[in-house]
Design a binder for this molecule. Sequence first.
Ligand SMILES: CC(C)(COP(=O)(O)OP(=O)(O)OC[C@H]1O[C@@H](n2cnc3c(N)ncnc32)[C@H](O)[C@@H]1OP(=O)(O)O)[C@@H](O)C(=O)NCCC(=O)NCCS
Length: 180
Amino acid sequence: MPSWPDVAPRHGRVVLREFEPGDVDMALDLATDPYVPLIGTLPAHADRDQASAWVEQQRRRLTEGVGFAFAIADHSTGKALGLIGLWLSGWPHGRASVGYSVAPLARRTGVATDALRALVDFAWTIPELFRLEAYIEPFNTPSQRVVRRAGFEVEGLLRSHQEIGGARRDLLLYSLIRLE
Ligand SMILES: CC(C)(COP(=O)(O)OP(=O)(O)OC[C@H]1O[C@@H](n2cnc3c(N)ncnc32)[C@H](O)[C@@H]1OP(=O)(O)O)[C@@H](O)C(=O)NCCC(=O)NCCS
C-alpha cells in the first residue's frame, strides 16, 4: 500500500490534509445534505458524537486499507471544506476510484474542482496506479462537471450498478488514464 504524502497535495485555493478532530463542524454541515449520507458512512443529520466518530473513521481509512481520506481544506485558513477520497479496492490491478463531497456552505466556488486536480496530481505520484475511476449518477451534473474539468472521460452507463438510498441506481463510469 502507498503511504501518506510527505507534502500535502495542493491546487488553487485548497490543500488536502489529514482529518483533524476540529473538522467536526464541517461534518455536521455535510450531514445536512440529503445525498451525502446515501453515498457514504456519515449519518443523515448527524449529531456531534456521530460527526466526531465519522471524522475518526476517516483518520483510520489508510491503515485499514480502504484508501486515502483527505480533508479538503482552505490552504490559507486550514478550515475544512469537504472530503475527497482515493479509494484503493482496485489497488492490486493498478486502479483507484475517486469520491468527494463538499460541505453545503462551501459549494459552487470551485472547491471540488481544485480538490480533484490536487488528488489526481497526487495519484500520479504513485507509480503502481494507471487508472482512476469515478462513478456518478446521471442526474449529478455538478459532479460530472468536476471530473470532466480534471480530464476524466465518460466510458458508459453501468446499469443497476449499485444500491443507493434503497434503490438500484445506474451509474456513469468516468476514467482517467496515466498517459506517460
Ligand atoms: C458535487 C459537489 C462535490 C460539487 O462541489 P462544488 O465545490 O460545489 O463544485 P465546483 O464549485 O467545483 O463546481 C463544479 C461545476 O459544477 C457546477 N455546479 C456546482 N454546483 C452546481 C449546482 N448545484 N447546480 C448546477 N451546477 C453546479 C459549477 O458551476 C461548476 O461548473 P463549471 O466547471 O462549468 O464552472 C457538491 O455539490 C457535493 O458535495 N454534492 C453532494 C455529494 C456528491 O454529489 N458527491 C459526488 C458524488 S459522485
